[in-house]
Design a protein around this ligand. Sequence first.
Ligand code: BES
Ligand code: ZN
Length: 931
Amino acid sequence: MKCVFLVLATLGLSLAREVSTYDHFRLPTALRPQKYDVRILTQLENPEDFRFNGTVKIQIEVLQNTRNITLHSKDLAINDTEIALSEVGGEGKPGNCIASTEVNPTHDFYILNTCKELLAGQVYELSLHFSAKLEDQLSGYYRSSYEDAVANETRWISVTQFEPASARLAFPCFDEPGYKASFAITLGYHQKYTGLSNMPVKETRPHESIPDYVWTAFEDSVPMSTYLVAYSVNDFSHKPTTLPNGTLFRTWARPNAIDQSDYAAQFGPKVLQYYEQLFGTKFPLPKVDQIAVPDFSAGAMENWGLVTYAEFTLLYSPEYSSIEAKKGTANIVAHELAHQWFGNLVTMKWWTDLWLNEGFATYVANLGVEDIHPEWRTLQLNSISDLLTIFRTDSLESSHPISRPIEMTSQISESFDDISYQKGSSVIRMMHLFLGEETFRTGLKSYLERYAYKNAEQDNLWESLTQAAHKTGSLPTDYDIKTIMDSWTLQTGYPVINVTRNYTARTARLSQERYLLNTDISRAHKGCWWVPLSYTSQEEKDFNNTAPKEWMECTETGESVSKTIRDLPGPDQWVIFNNQLSAPYKVNYDAQNWKLLIATLNSEEYQSIHVVNRAQLIHDVLYFAWTGEQDYEIALQLISYLQRERQLLPWKTALDNLSFLSSILRQTPNNMFYKSFIRKLITPIYEHMNGINDTDSSIQQHDKVLLKGMVANWACTYEVSDCVSQAVSYFRNWRLEANPDELNPVPLGVRGIVYCTAIEHGSDEDWDFLWTRYQKANVATEKMTILDSLACSLEVWVQQRYLERIFDAKGDIRKQASLVVFPSIASAKVGFFLAKKYLMENVDSISKFYHPQSESMADILRPFSELIFTRRDYDEFKDFIANSKEHLKDIEQAISQSLETMLINVQWKERNYESFTLAIKNLAEINLVSE
Ligand code: BES
Ligand code: ZN
């Protein structure tokens, strides 16, 4: 029993509120919250006055004597006169009180100075009343809406998005991941709605004074971080499933979209069960809800027991969504449910280790999807895609280590990037492959058990894995995971291994250096990595063995040690390092080894090299040509083998790489040579895949559908064969349908390409037709495909009108969709100059449009980086950024990466443009198509 000793009313109506002198970005460590009681009343009925008000009671344990309670609160009106502080179990003792309050707006602190010192060992209960407007800012507690077509009405709902630091916008709290506590949430709302939160409903009763309102109380949560708390008031429908272990699994969507939730409703429970078995730990909550939110800033959010999604990521319509979209749904559900263990059960101590959340969820999601849909070959495809992504991002000087110091809230948001996700996932995959299945699982299980409901740092993971590895013998006893992995997580970048063979001695000498795209910067002394060396040779061809035969080591002071490999084959046999790209490094060989590889690739025997290593060779050689370590002649000789290639991965790798060249070349007079080069490259595979003529259902293999889509995209862009005429005729047939919203003859896998091509080659009426389809579509994935394609117009005025439409807050395009459309316009053939001008003239209003989601400006800026390649444009952009500091202040990382990418393009243009053009001209003389 606790007793209220003091209510602040005794101090008068309002406390002095000053700006605090405490200016460190972290909360003081004297206090620890144990339990929150949060009651929120949400008013959604009056569109003129959307608001919420609430009470939070926090039980706070005192760890060190202190005279203040410092917590987070942002944009909340806290009623100073109603603050109460009482000692739990302190009956009969003299009371304490709040003498004054202060704020620190920089760090969102709300500081309550107590009358008397709070003493270590005591537990206090603090009670605060607050209120705020329910805005549409997509963070904190916010509102969203959808149109009820039958009633012709707008329906309003509310939902939360707290990660990384927005719980403080919804209720005063200790908003850092290390402060885990139990949450008892109670929601008040009109009875026509449903209230959802992390835990199941405990009881619902009528509101004491507001007619037709109810209070719904939810069970106490398990100990968790504030960023995982969630609640929503909505009038959605749902599909329930019950797992064999009794967990209730429900999938929610607006009523007129609930029929699109079947796939997610089936997939979710399956993958949850898979994880229970993979991690050897039961899902700890009695239920999971997953909900499709119409307005949502991220793709999805893993709130414990109430996972929120953007509609287009969760909902799948077999009639309107592509197989790619289905795979996206599987992947995102698998990702968020993986977080229920990695992130929710065991949470990083501080955002420095965000990668432990995101890298794990990214990697483990691949295992989950692979288990349920082995036919998609997700594990291989996604793992390699992740590597290809970081091989680019992490070769920038302006990249950063996986584990990075975080000192400002904006840096937390910036950490949700390729490095935390894709590099995180890639180094975890590397460990999985060098440790083997059993050690990896045992190590993870013991880590999850040891830190369940607690917080951990990467060192804790290293320790669990080292113990498991030494027990199973999968790592030499004089090696430990920390030494190896620190070289990957505490240093920026990744190495290129230079392999020089001695063909008579049958040895190879290996050295390493950091691979950098920026050739103005020296690579010397830029780090050392512990590299697991798997390799095979032309006679052995054992690509399946991904366990390291040797390691490249570093000295204690971090210097690299060169390595000699023995017993290699003779001068007529190639060797390949890094079987199936099992670790994130590039490999460069001596000229003779490249020659041998190129000969095999350009022969009937090309498949004797594993498909992933074929992709690796393409990737490496194109990068080495870009940075000048290899001639374009050699690189093009190598990729000319693609005329035989029929697999997705090598094609994806080649085309992803070539797209950087396409962005530059298409703005130069030599584009005609490049165009004919691409046409020759694409034609055989385009014809082999029967153009864009087949329907999806006639193609059994999933990656063939993806390959077809990718090839068709290039074929229509470069006007290969009948691509454009076929696309235009599909579109024309669609326009002829009496009811085009019901019947669409365009095959699902190529809809985006067909729409884009038809808009590019079509009329204003075609644009308007497609825009109307957008307005009428009820499927979010179809809406996104259409929005993207509308950016393909070649009409300047149409593009200009579209630009204005996307930033119209009252228009038909939702905010998060605008972040997809603007980059599409900027990268479209005639969109670049318009988008650039628009941004430069309107940066002020654009940044206001996204406020307070200032990190959105990174998505607006990024598309320009691939498209700028002259010093003049680069300087112009740099000036623009310098003059717009105020609007771009929270995206420093994106700015430096964009500027560096532009500089790399400038370097390429100055160094390689002529030699590359010469190489493709020469190639034109050799007939690529001949077989
Ligand atoms: N935890 C994130 C959501 C998030 C992202 C919160 C950025 C705050 C800032 C979630 O688990 C996530 O990673 N979502 C991804 C999807 C995933 C499949 C890569 C997203 O939203 O893009
Ligand atoms: Zn995630």
